[in-house]
Ligand binder design. Structure first.
Ligand SMILES: [Zn+2]
Length: 232
């Protein structure tokens, strides 16, 4: 897979020095992380056996985003990209940090939905709460947290700041105290495609969740993965 990408060839695949393009490179021990090191006899530079060009990092990041959006798990992604899970998790955090928050426009109609799930084991239930802008069907905000009102509030409060026209939710009792009844609506939605979008989102999230949580075992990683999934 890597070999097809010409800008992304490993030193061991080519035997060419990434700095001076000489073919006179020799193996030169291992790093602490057990990565093969090379030294170039021509220009004397040393490097590890990994992607030799900087462009490759961009390429790898693009694949990480792509695979995450497909719902591929941590282990599979790391295996395909030939990077360690540690490297991958670091990358995921770095990528997610660079993704800006979504702009929440005024006077829009939103749907808020929550997905009950768990981290590590069934003794630690959590919620993924997310808000969808009805027209664009974009997720504009989300949070993960304990199954409390406060977690819902994080999302609803952000929406309320933008003076929303209406907020649709399910009949969960917490919403009643969080949202003014003039804008709050718990009736089934008028349009079919929003329901469908919601459904596919829930299905996808569930799959994403199942595949990622068992490896990531952390709020932070899940949060980063969702950021990439929604906005990457
Ligand atoms: Zn060289």
């Amino acid at each position: 897979m890597i070999k097809n990408e010409t800008s992304c060839i490993r030193v061991s695949d080519t035997g060419i020095c990434p700095k001076c393009k000489s073919k006179e490179i020799i193996k030169n021990g291992f790093t602490k992380n057990k990565k093969q090191q090379f030294v170039c006899n021509s220009c004397k530079s040393r490097f590890i056996d990994f992607y030799s060009y900087k462009a490759c990092n961009t390429w790898v990041n693009k694949r990480i985003i792509q695979f995450t959006k497909e719902g591929l798990g941590i282990r599979s992604t790391a295996r395909i990209l030939k990077i360690s899970t540690t490297t991958l998790l670091k990358r995921i955090i770095a990528i997610a940090k660079k993704i800006p928050n979504q702009i929440i426009y005024k006077n829009k109609i939103y749907e808020v939905d929550e997905m009950r799930t768990f981290i590590k084991n069934k003794e630690k239930p959590i919620w993924i709460v997310y808000a969808l802008e009805r027209k664009t069907r974009q997720v504009v905000n989300f949070t993960i947290g304990k199954r409390t009102k406060r977690t819902l509030q994080y999302v609803t409060n952000t929406l309320l700041l933008s003076n929303p026209k209406r907020i649709f939710t399910d009949k969960l009792i917490h919403y009643k105290s969080l949202l003014n009844e003039t804008i709050h609506n718990t009736k089934p939605f008028g349009t079919n495609h929003i329901e469908r979008k919601n459904l596919s989102l829930r299905t996808h999230l569930k799959r994403l969740n199942r595949k990622t949580i068992c490896y990531s075992k952390s709020f932070i990683i899940l949060q980063c993965i969702l950021r990439i999934y929604f906005w990457g």
